[in-house]
Design a protein around this ligand. Structure first.
Ligand SMILES: [Zn+2]
Length: 237
């Protein structure tokens, strides 16, 4: 399936990136365990930053080339921030599951988040940084912590919602890449809904196992049974 052709006459392009793209820490899903300490998380971040998965990087670059000059928005379930190293525009990416680049209060005494960079000295000494407001521990700002502060992505999410509202009567191309059933209310279900309500929508779902289309979107959709990372890497751009 040629993506360049799929995108060709689109007014808008909506991309969903799933957990398949998330970088792993020695095969452990990075945002999967509750009760993880900030130091464990920080070590994971350092490991991930130092060992980039080259096939994912290559896939993002291919996607960036295909999206160049287009009106697009990307929703990702990943928390590893690797997508920001590509040429995909940062102001067109929203990551509702959080980020390994920010810290938050474990108690969410305020929704505020703090750049990990600012606490690097403390973390490098293997000390746990504390909340400047209440003195409790700071944790990484991702969905894997017990109480998740959503402040980090909400502003972006609102921009995305506004963008999406503008798609109603326009040709929108929707591409879902490796999105499973872990958080279906973030990408999978709403993307199907957008496809359903927009008569000019086109939909493509790429997944190694969960590639099937629901009845409602079948006539507007294409299903591709393939690893989405390889699918992107094999695109000719
Ligand atoms: Zn606090």
């Amino acid at each position: 399936m040629d993506l360049r052709e799929f995108f060709q006459d689109a007014d808008m392009i909506l991309i969903g990136i799933g957990e398949n793209f998330q970088d792993k820490f020695e095969e452990i899903d990075v945002a999967d365990e509750k009760n993880i300490t900030v130091l464990e998380d920080y070590n994971r971040k350092k490991y991930l930053d130092g060992n980039p998965k080259s096939d994912v990087t290559e896939a993002y670059e291919k996607l960036a080339e295909l999206l160049e000059g287009k009106n697009y928005f990307v929703v990702t379930l990943c928390t590893d921030d690797k997508i920001y190293n590509s040429n995909i525009k940062a102001d067109r990416i929203v990551a509702p599951c959080g980020s390994y680049s920010f810290l938050q209060c474990e108690d969410v005494c305020t929704e505020d988040i703090y750049p990990v960079e600012d606490y690097k000295d403390v973390l490098d000494k293997e000390e746990e940084p504390v909340c400047p407001k209440c003195g409790k521990k700071l944790l990484m700002n991702h969905i894997g912590v017990k109480k998740y502060s959503e402040e980090g992505y909400l502003k972006k999410w609102n921009i995305y919602m506004k963008w999406l509202q503008g798609s109603l009567n326009r040709k929108i191309c929707i591409l879902e890449l490796g999105v499973g059933m872990k958080y279906p209310s973030v990408i999978r279900w709403p993307f199907e809904k957008v496809t359903l309500i927009n008569n000019k929508a086109k939909f493509m779902r790429v997944h190694k196992q969960l590639f099937q289309l629901t009845e409602e979107v079948r006539d507007k959709g294409v299903s591709v049974e393939e690893n989405p990372i390889d699918f992107l890497r094999n695109q000719i751009v």
